[in-house]
Design a protein around this ligand. Structure first.
Ligand SMILES: *Cc1c(COP(=O)(O)O)cnc(C)c1O
Length: 352
């Protein structure tokens, strides 16, 4: 981020943006068919831009909702008065592909299908590749929020039949917060040019067309965050796709194993876990208190995150970031120490 604070309308900055867009597309193996569109904003900005820009007037969007981020997509569509066909499921359950196929066949007004790849609420992985085959077979547009999987899990945008893929600068690509990323199939994107504009600022085609014409973003770019993302992308390719994923999985397994040894139970069956995040069932032990544990760990340099589902109390741990084996071991040692200090021993889940 410590780079010269140049005007984002300078030629020099255009080169930075153009290179960055090419590299961000390359992360998901996108070839010449794909365009990368950037917005200043958090991940939700691109969820908003994509949903409001891509659903044709008078048509519907089917949204798979099995967590807080699926719910957010439903809320965004509702805010624009876009008709939603909600495929709602419990937080531990991926969609049934036959059911998805059946629902799409039964309603030709559904123009788009949207799904979260890695539901960060729980750590659940949704079957994007398998769903993509169905969505394209039935000639619908496929929107995938890969915000917390992009640059960790290997993704192949073309093979997986994703038309619009969303990510952000601050998760597994390991940059700083402030840029939303869309990687779009150009042909599908061009089709949206004449849809009615539902948002003045968050319009996908407008952002794309302006960038094509001028090499700039239509509104002020977060210059320093762009530099940080360019550096993060460089580091991604230096590490390599396979090594990045192996590091995340290695960290995740260490963390998972350590938690099991301490007596914790997880929300999901292990075969549904993403390998990026763990939703841990909150112990029912009388001495356990999430906020107390949080504060003790915070003092030792770690942040743990509360859960986001109402039916089961959980807290969440993720291996997103420039983290290594030593970090996992240090965290587990700190967790053990905090539990000892709180007097938590024996069965963490009495009467369960
Ligand atoms: C983080 C995240 C988002 C975006 O959240 P912001 O707070 O707007 O950055 C969207 N979808 C998923 C799956 C996420 O993990």
């Amino acid at each position: 981020m410590v780079a010269s604070d140049i005007c984002p309308r300078e030629k020099e900055f255009q080169t930075v943006l153009e290179t960055l867009c090419r590299e961000l597309t390359r992360v998901v193996h996108g070839g010449n068919r794909y365009e990368c569109i950037l917005f200043a904003g958090s991940g939700t900005a691109v969820m908003d831009a994509c949903i409001n820009s891509v659903v044709p007037p008078g048509k519907k969007i089917l949204i798979v909702n099995n967590g807080a981020y699926g719910q957010r997509m439903v809320n965004i569509a509702a805010a624009y008065g876009i008709e939603v066909v909600e495929y709602a499921l419990p937080g531990d359950t991926p969609p049934d592909l036959h059911e998805l196929d059946r629902r799409l066949q039964g309603d030709s007004d559904i123009a788009c299908v949207a799904m979260i790849h890695h539901e960060t609420t729980t750590g659940l992985l949704n079957p994007v590749k398998e769903a993509g085959a169905i969505v394209h077979k039935l000639d619908r547009v496929f929107i995938v929020d890969a915000i917390s999987s992009y640059a960790a899990l290997p993704i192949s945008i073309e093979d997986w039949k994703i038309d619009f893929l969303l990510s952000t600068s601050n998760k597994c690509i390991q940059g700083m917060a402030g840029i939303g990323i869309v990687i779009a199939d150009r042909e599908k994107l061009e089709k949206t040019a004449f849809y009615p504009k539902r948002s003045y600022y968050l319009n996908l085609h407008q952002q794309y067309a302006y960038f094509k014409k001028s090499g700039q973003l239509p509104f002020t770019a977060p210059v320093q965050v762009v530099y940080a993302l360019a550096q993060a992308t460089k580091e991604y390719f230096e590490e390599g796709e396979a090594n990045r994923w192996a590091r995340y999985q290695g960290n995740w397994k260490l963390l998972y194993q350590g938690l099991i040894e301490l007596g914790y139970r997880m929300l999901l069956p292990v075969e549904r876990e993403s390998g990026v995040l763990i939703a841990v069932r909150e112990p029912t032990h009388p001495k356990f208190d999430f906020n107390d544990l949080h504060d003790r760990l915070y003092e030792m340099g770690f942040t743990i995150y509360p859960g986001k589902i109402e039916t089961n109390r959980t807290f969440r741990l993720a291996v997103i970031g420039d983290l290594y084996v030593e970090d996992m071991n240090q965290f587990l040692a700190s967790l053990r120490r905090a539990m000892e200090a709180m007097g938590i021993q024996g069965n963490l889940y009495p009467e369960q």
